[in-house]
Design a protein around this ligand. Structure first.
Ligand code: FAD
Length: 375
């Protein structure tokens, strides 16, 4: 693997870094406090083309590789994991099935406007009785003439309070799962209560209820029963993206800790002059760099078309656990101010816990890695 970035990758990362430093990070605390969908930041990120980065030009995207995508994801999360979570839902899971399996009309009506940020999309797997175990979903789709009728309940759906369309996973038989496009205005679709959360508060999440939602046959987005197979195409990318989110939150916390350690004076010296603090900062930076490299290596493997199940799971596992421990360490450097809302570290610490869950919990990832190792 070539570890150097291309000039284009550098330039794209710098463009988003500037956006984050100027327009997102300064408002991140307020975005968190208000806990509403971060429209202004979302639109600004969309204007720079983030939502179309992973899609080809003929559908309105820019066709960038996974390494470049992860570089940008890290930058967004460094400023605000809430904003990054809302934007990655839009650029990856919330739009993928429309791109991959939607017909021309679906792409024109839903995908293209989503890639500019003019419409919002999301994906619905999770249910009250089905989290890690997708096969346990109870949402059902049954044929009615040329249409499908969908019934069920989803929960924890990112962006649901503002979404214009939903990719809903439903069973078409006891074993088979298929994704369906369900526009918000579909009669029978209701968005329920917003879930009050510890972190990523502005990446709003809700329950979604589907009561005899009628959609045309062409809104079934894969061949019947092929939902899991097509989901498999992006599962590793979702995990690498989540790893990049964790690295970004950790980097935001590290930068805040470095700044604080230079300014805070105790016993007549800036605290970074104390060896214990300096060593803690050195460990944080080293762990984070290792996590970043694992994510980039996994992203590079994706770009080469290499098999990646184990590598992506390792990258996500290591990056999310590292992100959490780095944010915790940053809070220790700030001590009481690491506990204060006026500093960004407590927000990063709350937010980064999300990366332990999305894309598979650490336990599920270890099962995957173990299976690759031991069969
Ligand atoms: C902020 C946020 C946003 C989300 N956004 C979305 C979204 O947009 N769309 C969506 O569909 N979902 C979304 N989710 C849901 C998320 O995907 C699920 O929470 C996740 O799949 C875990 O499911 P669960 O919470 O039900 O945990 P469970 O699956 O109930 O797991 C509970 C515990 O049991 C452990 N466990 C489970 N099975 C095993 C096993 N076989 N072996 C060992 N341990 C096991 C888990 O590791 C965990 O520790 C979101 C969640 C959060 C927190």
């Amino acid at each position: 693997m070539d570890f150097s970035l291309t000039d284009e990758q550098d330039a794209i990362r710098d463009t988003f870094r500037r956006l984050v430093d100027e327009k997102i990070a300064p408002h991140a605390r307020q975005i968190d406090e208000v806990a509403e969908f971060p429209w202004q930041a979302f639109k600004a990120v969309g204007q720079l083309g983030f939502f179309g980065m992973r899609y080809p030009e003929h559908v309105g995207g820019t066709g960038h590789d996974v390494v470049t995508y992860c570089l940008v994801v890290e930058e967004l999360a460094r400023g605000s994991l809430s904003v990054a979570a809302a934007c990655t839902m839009q650029s990856l899971m919330g739009t993928y099935f429309l791109y991959r399996c939607g017909d021309a009309a679906i792409r024109d009506q839903f995908l293209r406007p989503a890639l500019t940020g003019d419409r919002v999309g999301t994906i619905c797997f999770t249910e009250p009785g089905a989290g890690s175990d997708l096969s346990a979903i109870a949402t059902r789709a049954r044929r009615d003439g040329d249409d499908w009728l969908i019934n069920g309940q989803k929960t924890w759906i990112t962006s649901a309070p503002v979404a214009d369309f939903f990719t809903v996973f439903a069973k078409t038989s006891d074993e088979e799962i298929s994704p369906f496009l369900v526009p918000r205005e579909t009669p029978g679709l209701a968005v329920g209560r917003k879930i009050a959360k510890m972190g990523v508060r502005a990446s709003v999440t809700s329950e979604v209820f589907l009561d005899d939602c009628r959609v045309p046959g062409r809104y079934m987005l894969t061949e019947e029963g092929q939902g899991r197979r097509v989901l498999d195409e992006i599962l590793d990318k979702i995990r690498l993206m989540t790893g990049a989110l964790a690295v970004g939150a950790g980097q935001g916390a590290l930068e805040a800790a470095l700044q604080y350690a230079g300014e805070r004076v105790q016993f007549g010296r800036p605290i970074r002059a104390f060896q214990a603090v300096k060593m803690r900062l050195a460990e944080m930076a080293t762990q984070l760099e290792a996590a970043r490299r694992l994510v980039h290596y996994g992203a590079w493997r994706e770009d080469q078309g290499l098999s990646n199940r184990q590598q992506a799971a390792m990258a996500k596992l290591f990056a999310s656990e590292t992100g959490l421990s780095v944010c915790d360490s940053a809070a220790r450097v700030l001590a009481s101010y690491g506990y204060a809302e006026e500093y960004p570290v407590e927000r990063h610490l709350r937010d980064v816990r999300f990366t332990l869950i999305g894309g598979g919990t650490s336990e599920i990832l270890k099962l995957i890695i173990g299976k690759e190792l031991c069969g």
